[in-house]
Every structure is written in C-alpha cells, then in structure tokens.
Design a protein around this ligand. Structure first.
Ligand code: ATP
Ligand code: MG
Length: 272
C-alpha cells in the first residue's frame, strides 16, 4: 500500500470536519453580530417593497466578520426573495471595468463581450437596473485604486439621478477613515448608513473559536482552557482569523505525529 493510500485509509483524524477551520468556511451560526446583521437587512428591506433604500457602508478592522455577515445576509435574501444579489470582491474584481463585467454577468446571466467599451457596459447595466432591483455589494472597496473608488462612487451613488434604478448598494471597507481619503465630490455623494464592526473582545473570540472547535475537532482533542489561551493570543493579534489558522495548524501537526490531543507545549511552540 502506498503512503497516500495509507493516509487516506487512516480514519484516526483528529478532525471531525477540517473544513470548519477553512478561512472561507461560512459558519451556519454567526455569533456576536446579530445587531449588525439586522441593521443590514433593515437597510435593504425597502427594496422588497419597492421603496427607496438606504445604502450601507460597513466599516471595521480586518477579521471582524464583515464578509461573513454580508455573505450570510445575501444567503438569507436569496433564500427568501427573488431579488438578485451581486457580490463583488474588489481583491479579485480590482478595477471598475472588472466590477462592471461581474455585474453584467449577474444581471444578464452571460459574459459580456471582451472588447465592449466600459461606457456601453455601464449603460446596458443601468438600463437593466431600471427593470429589476439589485442588491450590490462591493467588498474590500479600498482595494480599488483611489481613482476607481472615486469613479465607482460617482457612477453608482448618482445612478438614480440619470436612471430610474432601484438598487441597494453596500460597500465594505477595512479602514474607518476610508471616506475621508476620497475626493471631496465623492465624499459628498457617499450618503449611507454606516455600520461599524467593532473588534471582537477576547470573550467573543473564545465563544466563536469554541464553537468551531466543537464542530471541527473530535472530542478531547483540545480543552476549553487551551481554547481560552488561543483566544487570548488571538485578541492580542486582533485577529480571529489568526486564531482559526493556529487551530488548524495545531490539528494538522498532532495528526501528522499520530497524536490525538493538543498539548500546552504545542500551543507554546506553534502559536507564536
Ligand atoms: N461572528 C462570527 N462567527 C463565526 N465566525 C466568524 C465570525 N466573524 C468572523 N468569523 C470568522 O473569522 C474569519 C474572518 O472573518 P471575515 O472574513 O468575515 O472578516 P472580515 O471583517 O471580512 O476581514 P477582512 O477585512 O480582512 O476582509 C472567517 O474565517 C470567519 O468565518
Ligand atoms: Mg472581508
């Protein structure tokens, strides 16, 4: 038997489900963010009744759950309404043209022609938006160039002056001062309801990491006290993501050494 077969056949994994520690995993239950999720849904609600919506700006440091909460909100909307949603990750769609491509794909359910001029694309999108509502999310907007951010805000937040669009725009930034880095014109156009995602406290981190460990690790692999230690360190790093990554690393490490319990020494060694 090859080594890979042996590894694949070995069901003595310390993980009940390793996917739980994957950074892109969307937890079924989002803890500590009920208020923020509710505020987002309240802002979107008028769209469901054809009324004027309030656009939203979500701000907060890295790893405070902004993407997780918005993905959850979009899922709820998709599950309970027919309204289309378009999620744009500006790390990937990192130019205004790429953003328009993505919106076109969602609205028309096909790829636009590669050589189509951005202005034409924009016009087709706006005309389509006069016929159907859309929830449009620009996540990590601060990853666009300053020029593109200014342009995008101008083009989307003023769209209803030129077209009878009905969309809810949600922008997400991890820099609380983002608004002030825009040019004056864009700053004045950017009228939205601001939702601040505060850093998680150590206790909140414990509660989130504990829930992940309960779902992700087999019983007995890690103790509550050890999760507390990691939460303390994660709070010092101001990063829940760091805590999740360390838990995954620790699990993989002990598994590779055929052990079934994380020790305090492991934490000292790997959680630095
Ligand atoms: N309230 C929560 N409940 C459960 N898991 C959470 C919660 N908040 C964040 N997480 C987890 O923490 C990690 C980071 O969260 P997320 O990606 O949503 O942060 P973010 O605020 O979007 O960060 P960034 O600004 O770097 O994009 C994710 O793996 C996510 O599953
Ligand atoms: Mg994010």
């Amino acid at each position: 038997m090859g080594l890979l077969d042996e590894i694949m056949e070995n069901d003595s994994s310390v993980f009940k489900n390793q996917d739980i520690f994957n950074i892109n995993y969307l937890p079924e239950i989002i803890q500590c963010r009920d208020k923020e999720l509710k505020s987002i849904l309240i802002n979107i609600k008028p769209l469901l009744t054809n009324n004027k919506v309030l656009n939203t700006m979500i701000m907060g440091n890295s790893s405070t759950g902004k993407t997780t909460v918005i993905r959850h909100a979009l899922l709820e909307i998709e599950n309970y309404t027919d309204i289309k949603t378009c999620y744009i990750n500006c790390n990937i769609q990192d130019t205004i043209r790429k953003c328009y491509f993505q919106i076109f794909k969602v609205l028309f359910e096909l790829d636009p022609r590669n050589n189509v001029a951005t202005e034409i694309l924009q016009e087709q999108i706006m005309e389509k938006l006069e016929q159907e509502p859309l929830i449009l999310v620009f996540d990590d907007l601060n990853h666009l160039s300053m020029n593109d951010s200014n342009k995008l805000i101008n083009e989307f937040f003023r769209a209803n002056e030129f077209y009878h669009t009905n969309m809810a725009i949600i922008i997400i930034v991890n820099n609380i001062l983002f608004k002030y880095s825009l040019e004056k014109n864009a700053q004045s156009i950017l009228q939205c309801n601001e939702i601040l995602f505060k850093d998680y406290t150590e206790e909140e981190m414990f509660s989130i990491l504990k829930a992940r460990c309960d779902k992700g690790f087999k019983q007995g692999v890690i103790t509550d006290e050890q999760i507390r230690k990691i939460s303390f360190m994660a709070a010092n790093h101001s990063s829940l993501r760091w805590g999740l990554r360390i838990l995954n690393t620790l699990g993989l490490k002990i598994e590779s050494e055929n052990r079934d319990k994380i020790t305090d020494k492991d934490i000292q060694k790997y959680a630095l």
